[in-house]
Design a protein around this ligand. Sequence first.
Ligand code: GLC
Length: 740
Amino acid sequence: MTSLSTAQTKPSTSAKTSPAGQNRQAALTVNDAKINALIKKMTLEEKVAMLHANSAFAAGGIKRLGIPEIMTSDGPHGVRPEQGRDWKGVKGANDAGSYMPTNNTLASTWNPTLGYAYGTVLGSEARFRGKDIILGPGINIVRAPLNGRNFEYMSEDPYLISKMVVGYIRGVQDQGVSASVKHYAANNQEEHRNDIDVEMSERALREIYLPGFKAAVQQGGAHTLMGSYNKFRGQYATENAYLMNTILKGEWGFQGLVISDWGSVHNTQDALRNGTDLEMGTDLALMYKSVDQSAATGGPSASRTIYDQFYLADAALEAIKKDKTLEPLLDDKVRRILRVMYATNMMDGAKRQPGAYNTKEHQATALKVAEEGIVLLKNEGNMLPLKKTVKSIAVIGHNATRENSLGGGSAQVKAKYEITPLQGLKNELGDKVNITYAQGYKIARDQKADPQMIAEAVAAAKAADVVVYVGGSTHGYDYTKWSDNAYDAEGFDKPDMKMPFGQDELIQAVLKANPNTVVVLMGGGPIDVSAWAGQTKGIVEAWYPGMEGGNAIAHVLFGDVNPSGKLPFTFPVKLEDSPAHKLGEYPSTPGNPLKQTYKDDIFVGYRYYDTYNVAPQFAFGHGLSYTTFKYSGLSVTPGSKSATVKLTVTNDGKTAGAEVVQVYVKDEKASVKRPEKELKGFEKVFLKPGESKVVTLTLDQNAFQYYDEGKKQWVLEPGKFDVLVGSSSRDIRLTGNVTL
Ligand code: GLC
């Protein structure tokens, strides 16, 4: 196992860390004097030219003043294949890069240090490919199990997101590339993503949907945020006065730039006044036509292109000429763009980091994140780890040979290589073990199980000592066609939470043929496993584990690696149990597809299941290990508005392993309805057999406060708080309390 270099495992607090709690945005303003002098030299036309794309993924640039274009690229788990200047792939480009595990795999590691290592890879490869902004991470709350883009996001819990996103951003930005945290805000589904109008309480906004973005801005020092497609309280999010001016740039002190999603700007005045700084993309229909739209339609002059028809292009120029009071707003946008360019070493001939591509180090990080992100969901009778002395293994399921990197939509990566689960098992076992393979099901539009394929799978299962079933979800049928994305993909929500392609029937037949079957699930969100989970001894969740995924799966199944992943979101028993469906209005207000009120409010994920006593299939924070951990000696010491939690964790098993110690807080009595428990601290500890470690966590006032809608501020209501410490949200080992 290649170990990570120190450079890659530098703790998430990089050298330039500001004292805890201070806002890292200040760093972006250090060049303001130079920037203001530059703005003074610019004509109105030049300033406006900075505010919008000049091709599919590039923007701005003023040659006369030595201001380069900004090059952007997707995506959250790897640098996308070259999209050329008019949204078409570039033949022969050297653009096959590292395909990292998806963001929810990273979240499942609950290891902020790995977040930094992950961001380092992404930033380094983006630099190498000549990109200035990488369009990731994706941190929207996993609220709805069917959301097509859950695979690109991290968690149902804002605290876990806050801890994982900071390292990622610092890792990217320490490589001289800007991160773009998306999609701000409340873009929690793909159904009607372009025009649904989301309503929610101020508490839900502040306590659930914003904290990840706030941490990304203030602790991560994110240089850019991407405005989302949907509306929020009646106004498009990307040009939304409350989200962009009041909260992001006002309260949070964001000094960087707001980039639109591609085509998420809808109104020149709103965009000028409400904080949109850089407009990308436009009406996709236009974009797919020839670039020089106006020339084709005999527009003002042949040199005008579709990019001059953007809301923040000619129309903005006209608006500013008519209303001079808008010019300071224009200057602010240009200032923010230039701040990001300076911070990304794009100006004054600053030396840029070269970046690196497909290096052994990057591959090692991809492997490590996958190994620590895989979640052991069930291990009855210690069926796992499998013995390497096994004589024969039947590998069953199309996901065992499926390559996923090009799927999912804009997050696609052309992987330099992608180790499939079957390949990983072959790498692990060599020719010592007889490995057979049966595809079992087809990834195709017709959902029916294929009796012939089931028969083959059953025969293979019968003939083998052990069965490794690899199934679950997929991005879609044929990724070369956008429209063929259909499951874990942008632009589409999933049809349901069931295992697609008749897998339930197949798995049950395989289990009957050979109970010595371990089921490996792949996919980007919760899956309904109720049809067969009870009869299965071993279940592993592997998400989309990236280019080294097959090796990581094999290392976990055969015990080279002791799994330490924990679920970043709940697996409900059935879809109807989900709060977005039960209390919320997913996918929209009945009778009005363009509106949705998040009536589930703050009760998202385990906050709902634990408060409303609905048993989940697998709980938030759940993940087993090949060893066991003992929790002892809890003490909770009150501060003035804080508490110090101390306990000892011991590995009382026979195998080295890692445990994520989770700390939840419960407000015993409050003047508002609060969740049964809320995650307010965690620490991942690596312990040898017999080794103990004292874990000390400080719960600051944020751990106890709720957002008071009347007072429009966070309040700490005095009283008694329970402190619940455990191995998952539903496996609480020790409890204490503190009165504040
Ligand atoms: C897409 C996505 C966004 C992506 C952008 C550029 O529509 O919503 O995440 O970064 O457009 O591809």
